[in-house]
Design a protein around this ligand. Structure first.
Ligand code: SDX
Length: 402
């Protein structure tokens, strides 16, 4: 094999792209969207306003936001064929498998699945028409993410689908489609709507995590963005990544009472159990989002009442944070303890990764658009390997094999 190749398992030390979108400092526990600290955005911005910032690079003027929001809300309506698609799932299908499939279905539904290379070149050359094409696909995917999620939820409940309402916010419209049971003047609880919007905002992007890398790897072949987003959704589903918020709650339920925490910690140290919600490839101190999750949880629990698992979660947090095993490995809480909030808000357990995927569509699209418009055009991502298999050998007829 010509040339030495460095094997970088899990891409621990590999950068594949230059980006202006999100900055993380894992040692200092810093997260910024286009330079704005996540703490300021969580306090002062909204999920959709931060979505505009992530995708287009600056905070929107009032008119820019009005257009962006109205386009996204307009695209929330689903083609009626989507209803048959969702009805084909069993009531107990995992909502992430429904959502992953639904994103891929969107391309065909809107006649934009994998257009010819000529078609793709059209929107990678950055002229007015190509920018407008990408904008429409971005509005469609963000607008439909909440509707598709709500449709998956209604399949689970065996209830009819609900058309997105008018006059509510993006997050409010999502809650309406989840909870609507017929009363016309439904308004989501403002504290819960604000809490979910903050959680959407802090989940919107996180630079080149596994699912974002998957979207870019897939998008680099110039496939349509719906298929690339579906691939990212599949990657996010795993328990090491977005599926961890569901795994955290299953872990807390299995531990049960706080007095069972020491035995669980010992099992983790013997590698018999994994401590979901802890550890991160980049953060070697607490994930800055975990402080925002804690603050949001306090707000929500004032409305919903405290969750009995909270005591166990706090006992686990305190035990792990002072145990040498975790301190030495720099394992601190990550964003995925937010499952306690989703549980308090009444979402089904296996729906939690969906609440991660819906906002993360924004970050995936921001990076996808950046790659489509990058200097020098799009190059397909095709890494190499270090080959350690057999040297050359000749075919052996079956009767001579032992
Ligand atoms: C997200 O990348 C992102 O940005 C992701 C994310 C985003 O916004 O997109 O932040 C969202 O996915 C957060 C992470 C959610 N996942 C979990 O909570 C699952 C539990 N966490 C671990 O599986 C793990 O920490 C990872 C997957 C998050 C990170 O794994 P790494 O970087 O590959 O680290 P590693 O597995 O090499 O661990 C180093 C050591 C090992 O011990 P030794 O072999 O050195 O003895 O730490 C141990 C690991 O066994 N370890 C853990 C642990 N995490 C790491 N031990 C117990 N419990 C854990 N949670």
């Amino acid at each position: 094999e010509k040339g030495l190749r460095i094997l970088d398992k899990g891409f621990l030390n590999t950068a594949v792209i230059r980006s202006r979108i999100t900055y993380i400092d894992g040692e200092a526990g810093v997260l910024r969207y286009r330079g704005y600290p996540i703490e300021q955005l969580a306090q002062k911005s909204s999920h959709l306003e931060s979505a505009y910032l992530l995708i287009y690079g600056s905070l929107p003027t009032r008119d820019q936001f009005k257009h962006f929001e109205s386009e996204i809300l307009r695209h929330g309506v689903m083609h009626s064929d989507a209803e048959e698609f969702f009805r084909s799932f069993r009531y107990d299908a995992h909502p992430m498998s429904m959502l992953t499939s639904a994103f891929a279905m969107l391309g065909s539904l809107y006649g934009e699945a994998n257009p010819s290379l000529q078609g793709q070149r059209l929107y990678t050359n950055g002229d007015k028409q190509s920018l407008a094409t990408m904008d429409r696909q971005i509005y469609r995917l963000i607008g439909k993410a909440t509707t598709l999620a709500a449709m998956a939820y209604r399949v689970r409940q065996g209830r009819e689908f609900v058309t997105p309402p008018t006059g509510l916010s993006y997050t409010g419209s999502f809650l309406y489609q989840m909870d609507h049971i017929g009363e016309e003047d439904y308004k989501p609880n403002p504290v819960l709507e604000k809490a979910l919007d903050v959680l959407f905002l802090i989940h919107a992007d996180h630079e080149l995590n596994a699912s974002c890398t998957t979207v870019l790897q897939t998008g680099s072949s110039l496939v349509d963005p719906y298929s690339a987003i579906a691939a990212g959704c599949a990657s996010l589903y795993g328990p090491l990544h977005g599926g961890a918020n569901e795994a955290v709650i299953r872990m807390l339920i299995s531990i049960g009472k706080p007095e069972n925490v020491p035995a669980f910690i010992e099992a983790v140290k013997k590698k018999e159990k994994t401590l979901s919600g802890f550890g991160h490839r980049v953060y070697k101190t607490s994930d800055p989002r975990s402080f925002i999750v804690r603050k949001t949880a306090d707000e929500v629990f004032k409305v919903t009442g405290r969750d009995e698992l909270l005591e166990t979660a706090m006992a686990l947090h305190d035990a792990a944070m002072k145990d040498e095993y975790f301190v030495k490995r720099k394992l601190a809480p990550n964003v995925d303890f937010c499952g306690l909030i989703y549980r308090a808000m009444g979402f089904p357990l296996d729906f939690f990764p969906v609440l991660f995927a819906v906002p993360r569509v924004v970050g995936w699209l921001a990076h996808w658009r950046q790659m489509m418009l990058q200097e020098g055009g799009v190059k397909i991502w095709r890494p190499r390997q270090v080959y350690i298999g057999s040297t050359k050998r000749d075919y052996v007829p079956v009767d001579e094999r032992v």
